[in-house]
Unconditional design. Structure first.
Length: 70
């Protein structure tokens, strides 16, 4: 009985840590998305056809540098 309650406590602690870290990761990703979009728009300010692909490459490079998948 005592082992089962210890396992339950460990499981609950693990779940709470996983939930907290995933929320922190989501906030970091949201911040990186905003930062990378702004950077790409600054680098390629016009909406011409060739600049859109340059913006895409710039955004993807920024996201990779931040450690996230674009």
């Amino acid at each position: 009985m005592k082992i089962a309650s210890m396992l339950l406590i460990a499981l609950l602690a693990g779940l709470s840590v996983a939930t907290w870290s995933s929320q922190a990761s989501a906030a970091g990703r949201d911040a990186a998305i905003s930062r990378c979009i702004a950077q790409a728009q600054r680098q390629f300010p016009t909406n011409r056809r060739y600049n859109m692909s340059n913006r895409t490459f710039s955004y993807k490079a920024c996201m990779h540098a931040a450690g996230f998948r674009p």
